[in-house]
Design a protein around this ligand. Structure first.
Ligand code: CNA
Length: 479
């Protein structure tokens, strides 16, 4: 911890150290392993008063009233070193509302430390492999009765059908979508972590000391070129939304979308027509730009021109480097993110798609819906709370390619044709600039919605995904 406090690259920990001293109300967006470190830091600070004396405040993104919570993004030492053996499963605590007026000082800090350690413990316990007691030895953790049960009790029963049924019955009218980079891979944008194709796996060409450095504000300050070269690939304009984005728009058109929370910065949600008020771009976007030092706004289009022509845009006020308002580790999340405080308790269905749930506090959002609310994970792998065995009652997961899963769900709901029509309209509006495959569809599907390779004319709502062996739903409460 001492090293963490003195190292320049551990800026996020300094924010918290500063919080300890001044009683600021602040939170940090972190990888899950960083949260783990933080909870240890706060716990140790409870024991050793004054051990934070080396701490200094990190810079503020914009002047924020003291009662506002700050949400910044940072990465842990473990994540930087990419050590796969380090536990990655600590969780952040629930976020505070702007102007919520949380108690400050020692009491607030202790509560936060306690929350963080508790959450981190419960997460670890939940993900620990159960029943590891060697044969013949008495387990002190779990009753022997449980040890004889199979590890995964859930039986594939057609996850998508169960969720579709709830929607069709009108039981879910306030749907929240929580999404990540996986929803845009069908548009040709690599995610972060998919082995081989993920951005982190291909960062050597940016010569960063560790993959997440590309979104590290200190690193950017020293050398913005790696981020700019990545930004050139991600700038809106090069990619089109795909079927998954349009499925979410269809949720909105059917009056079911309460809000979409996305970590993506590619702007495809807006491009596909999800209205601004229905969208929280939690990690910012390229739609605006500002100086990374003094935060003076800079025209976004101008910044784009600079970056696209390999030039560095400089602030007219302080000559600092201008960057698009993408939230870096160590920077504030937008205020719109705090809508989650009202949204999540209101939700009656949560759909989580294409995210590894590794970045906090975003990842912990999925734990803030009411315990009776069904949660559907559509992803290649189980992530976050869906790694627990057995799943919580009401948790559903469909593993595999997201495009396939979403298309199946749309077919069961009878929406596939509507979505294809929508895509065709939008493609026409966009001047047909992209091939049909750019929309995540075959040409046949766009031209003959419902009748393409995986389209199904006239029988969209048949139940054949009952047999899908990758579908899993909870069949028993987890505790
Ligand atoms: P991530 O950590 O790369 O995780 C992506 C998840 O999606 C993984 O679990 C994958 O297995 C899964 N996945 C990827 N493709 C598919 C697919 N076709 N079908 C099913 N599952 C799939 O990305 P997260 O979003 O969780 O991490 C948050 C970061 C990523 C945010 O800060 C983003 O800004 C950042 N990011 C955004 C983009 C974008 O805007 N398109 C691209 C890359 C990274």
């Amino acid at each position: 911890m001492r090293t963490l406090l003195s190292g320049k690259r551990y800026g996020n920990f300094m924010v918290f150290a500063c919080k300890k001293i001044t009683g600021w109300c602040s939170y940090s967006l972190m990888t899950r392993s960083a949260i783990h470190e933080l909870s240890k830091l706060l716990a140790s600070s409870e024991r050793t008063e004054g051990s934070m004396s080396k701490a200094k405040p990190s810079k503020e993104r914009r002047p924020v009233p003291l009662t506002l919570s700050r949400v910044t993004r940072s990465s842990s030492a473990q994540a930087r070193q990419g050590d796969p053996t380090v536990p990655q499963d600590a969780s952040a605590g629930p976020q505070m509302a702007p102007n919520q007026g949380a108690p400050r000082g020692r009491q607030a800090d202790s509560a936060l430390a306690q929350d963080l350690s508790l959450m981190s413990m419960s997460e670890q316990e939940a993900t620990l492999p159960r029943h590891r007691t060697p044969p013949g030895m008495k387990s002190s953790r779990s009753p022997p009765r449980l040890a004889s049960k199979p590890i995964r009790t859930a039986v594939p029963r057609g996850t998508l059908n169960s969720v579709a049924r709830l929607l069709k019955l009108g039981r879910c009218r306030n749907v929240l979508v929580v999404a990540g980079a996986g929803i845009s891979t069908a548009s040709g944008i690599p995610d972060f972590r998919t082995p081989g194709t993920g951005l982190y796996a291909n960062l050597q060409r940016y010569h960063t000391p560790f993959p997440e450095a590309i979104f590290n504000i200190d690193f950017f300050s020293n050398d913005p070129r790696p981020f700019f070269s990545l930004a050139k690939e991600l700038y809106p304009g090069r990619h089109r939304p795909n079927y998954v984005h349009y499925f979410i728009r269809m949720l909105h058109q059917k009056g079911l979308l309460l809000r979409m929370y996305t970590q993506n910065i590619d702007g495809l949600e807006q491009m596909c027509g999800i209205p601004e008020e229905k969208l929280v771009e939690a990690h910012g976007s390229f739609a605006s730009a500002s100086c990374h030092l003094c935060y003076t706004p800079f025209p976004a289009e101008e910044a784009k021109k600079f970056i696209m022509t390999d030039r560095v845009p400089l602030c007219t006020f302080c000559q600092g480097t201008v960057k698009p308002d993408i939230v870096f580790f160590g920077e504030d999340l937008p205020q719109s993110y705090f809508q989650h405080i009202k949204d999540f308790p209101k939700a009656d269905l949560l759909i989580i798609m294409g995210t590894s749930l590794q970045i906090e506090p975003f990842a912990s959002l999925v734990n803030t819906v009411r315990s009776t609310v069904p949660r559907l994970l559509l992803n290649r792998d189980p992530v976050g709370p869906f790694q627990r065995v057995p799943l919580r009652r009401g948790d559903y997961m469909e593993l595999g390619d997201l495009l396939d899963s979403v298309r199946k769900l749309a077919q069961i709901l009878g929406w596939h044709q509507d979505i294809c029509d929508l895509i065709q309209d939008e493609e026409q509006k966009a001047g047909g600039a992209l091939s049909a495959s750019g929309w995540g569809l075959t040409l046949a599907e766009v031209k003959h919605p419902g009748g393409g390779a995986s389209g199904r004319s006239g029988d969209e709502s048949s139940d054949d995904s009952e047999a899908d062996s990758k579908s899993t739903e909870s069949s028993a409460p987890s505790s």
